[in-house]
Structures are given as C-alpha cells and as structure tokens.
Design a protein around this ligand. Structure first.
Ligand SMILES: [Zn+2]
Length: 203
C-alpha cells in the first residue's frame, strides 16, 4: 500500500527532510531511483533531453560500480546524482552501523553527490541526524507508482499528474520492474506540464 501523494502529516512528522520545493515556482523536480542500468537509464536520458529537463538520479552504489560509464553520462548530460545506499538497504531492518556503512560504500563511488534518499523511504530517526551532516535528505511529495506491476500505465500517468503541484518532487524508477509504466508515463508527464508552462530542474 502506498500513496501517490505524500500525506501532510507524514511531512510534519519529519520536518528535517525535504519533501518538496518552493510552491511559488512553476518548477517540477523529477527524480529517478535505483539505477543506473543499461536497460533503462540511457532511454530516460534521451527522453529528458527531448523536454530540456534536468533531473536528479538517486543511484544504488552497486549499480554505479557495475555501470560507471552510464553514471558518468548522467552527469555529462547535466543532471545531478544522489546516494541511495550501496545495496538498497531497508533502513528499518538494518542496524545503524550497517546502514551508515552502506552509505559510505556508495559515497566512495560517487563523492560528488550532496543528496541522499533512503531506499523505500525508510530511515531511523537517529540515522537521520548523522546522515544530515553529509547530505540533504530528499524525500518526495509525488510517488508515480511506476514500480507497481498491478498499476495500469494509463493510471500511473493520471495519478502522477493529479498529485503534482508547483515545486513537486516526483519519484520514478530507472529499474527493470518499473520500466514499462515509467517509459509510458515519463514523456507524457513532461509533455503535459511543459504545455502548462512548467520547467524541470535538478535539485
Ligand atoms: Zn530505491
């Protein structure tokens, strides 16, 4: 079970995390989690270029290790990157020590990243304090649901559009599981909001 639109009370419970940006600007912050992988990420980069969109990629360290050329390409095309742990750990099921170790292992592969996003959005309060010394922790206010194989791609697009307002941070996934929904939704989402005068920036 998940929400396309992050409820306000969750955002109030964790004010130390970034959930969205300024509601004054017609800007959307499109983000991608779990790559980079050769099967999906290069296609995403091409779609973003088509709409002159800059984005932020929260990368799994192990994928950066396996595909350093794609990681480099993300930066060459003017996007930003964030740490998403080395092995996509669940922050509620790992010890703090193990979790920080995974962040550090990822950091060694992408020292330029200044953003962190916890996998599954799950992170312990005491870990937040220590991660914040090195990173701005980026959550989201719009979840496309692209990873949900039971969600129809048309619904994925519709829900993503409905949940988006000025300053939104939306999550997509450059992963095999999300590929079908994401590659359908992303260009249509960008087109819809471009036509409404929005632009797309990296964090
Ligand atoms: Zn993830």
């Amino acid at each position: 079970m998940y929400w396309h639109k992050t409820p306000c009370y969750i955002q109030w419970l964790y004010p130390q995390l970034t959930w969205h940006k300024s509601r004054e600007e017609k800007t959307i912050y499109v983000t991608f989690d779990d790559g980079p992988i050769p099967e999906v990420t290069p296609q995403v980069l091409d779609i973003l270029d088509e709409y002159n969109a800059k984005s932020t990629f929260f990368c799994v360290g192990d994928n950066v290790r396996k595909h350093p050329n794609i990681y480099q390409e993300i930066m060459n095309r003017g996007h930003k990157t964030g740490n998403h742990t080395y092995d996509h750990l669940n922050g509620w099921k790992s010890s703090s020590k193990e979790y920080i170790k995974s962040i550090d292992k990822c950091k060694a592969l992408m020292p330029e990243a200044v953003f962190f996003r916890p996998a599954y959005g799950k992170i312990k309060r005491k870990v937040i304090t220590s991660v914040k010394k090195d990173y701005e922790i980026i959550m989201w206010d719009v979840l496309s649901g692209d990873f949900d194989v039971n969600l129809k791609k048309e619904t994925c697009l519709e829900k993503s559009i409905q949940a988006t307002k000025k300053g939104a941070i939306i999550i997509f996934h450059d992963s095999i599981k999300a590929k079908e929904n994401m590659l359908y939704t992303l260009p249509r989402y960008l087109k819809y909001f471009s036509n409404k005068g929005f632009n797309f920036k990296s964090l």
